[in-house]
Write a protein that binds this ligand. Structure first.
Ligand SMILES: C[S@@+](CC[C@H](N)C(=O)[O-])C[C@H]1O[C@@H](n2cnc3c(N)ncnc32)[C@H](O)[C@@H]1O
Length: 276
């Protein structure tokens, strides 16, 4: 492993605003941010107070998480826009999280934190109703049909998010992958979820939600060379019957891959080889 990565891994271990695979954090995020704001160091997670269910359901300090956050542009950017709210970026790669966590530290953003973990484990970290919004920013679209279950908007993941997202909570997907966009719309339609907003060309819209103007590292790479950003907002307001998953699997076979997706496949394969 490169020296630079090792330095970043060591740095995040010492940061109060980064937790790696934290244990027993459910219901404690309000207390955690309180400790960060009071500059308490080190923060002893075991001593943080758990918010009760009434507090979580009626919280006045909303909590938003960014999944597959990479360098955490959304966690940091939203943290700047909404200083009264709390934001957590989640990603497995410590060297990427280091970037966002370092900026938050340097700029004194005491409402922004990061968790290093697999997204698959997120339900261990948040209590029922603890999260108000989820941003999924340029996740790997997992283009192969056989990998559809790994897409972060697959019902398998939505069931996971449902365990801690408020019923009226909002999921935002920002992607440059038409395939992931159409896949997600199919899931929303098949499972009868509430679609709030969709566009297959965000920056061509007359009115753009200012939050959508935050740009991430991967957005800047424009791997699929499409220059078109797709964006969806929806609620996970219904149960997602497991029986439908098999029907979904067949229904998504026909979603076409355009030329950009093929360029992406090649670029990502090359990138993965380089990083290995
Ligand atoms: C394509 S990058 C996007 C990063 C960032 N959102 C951006 O737009 O620049 C996808 C990110 O998802 C993370 N990731 C992929 N699968 C994950 C998983 N199961 N759990 C945690 N992180 C994951 C990777 O580490 C990577 O940083």
């Amino acid at each position: 492993m490169g020296q630079k990565k090792l330095i970043k891994f060591a740095a995040i271990k010492a940061y109060e605003n980064v937790l790696e695979f934290p244990q027993n954090m459910q219901g404690k995020w309000a207390a955690f941010f309180d400790a960060i704001k009071k500059s308490i160091t080190p923060i002893d997670i075991t001593k943080l107070v758990i918010s009760d269910q009434t507090v979580l359901s009626n919280t006045t300090t909303p909590l938003t998480i960014e999944l597959a956050c990479g360098r955490g542009e959304y966690a940091v950017g939203l943290g700047r826009m909404f200083p009264e709210q709390h934001f957590i970026g989640i990603d497995l790669k410590g060297n990427r999280i280091w970037k966002g966590a370092s900026i938050a530290n340097k700029d004194g953003l005491k409402n922004v934190a990061f968790v290093r973990s697999q997204i698959e484990l997120t339900s261990n970290y948040f209590a029922k109703d603890e999260v108000d919004e989820i941003w999924i920013t340029f996740p790997d679209p997992q283009l192969r049909w056989s990998k559809a279950k790994k897409r972060l908007t697959h019902p398998k993941f939505l069931r996971l998010y449902q365990q801690f997202l408020k019923k009226e909570g909002i999921v935002h997907l920002k992607t440059d992958s038409p395939l992931l966009y159409h896949f997600t719309l199919k899931v929303i339609e098949m499972y009868g979820l509430n679609l709030i907003y969709k566009t297959d060309h965000l920056y061509a819209e007359q009115k753009i939600d200012p939050r959508c103007l935050i740009k991430t590292y991967y957005e800047g790479l424009d791997i699929a060379q499409s220059n078109k950003i797709h964006y969806i907002q929806f609620n996970i307001d219904k149960d997602l019957p497991i029986e439908l998953d098999a029907i979904l699997k067949e229904a998504i076979k026909d979603i076409p891959m355009d030329a950009g997706e093929l360029i992406r496949m090649q670029a990502e394969a090359a990138r993965a080889k380089k990083e290995a």
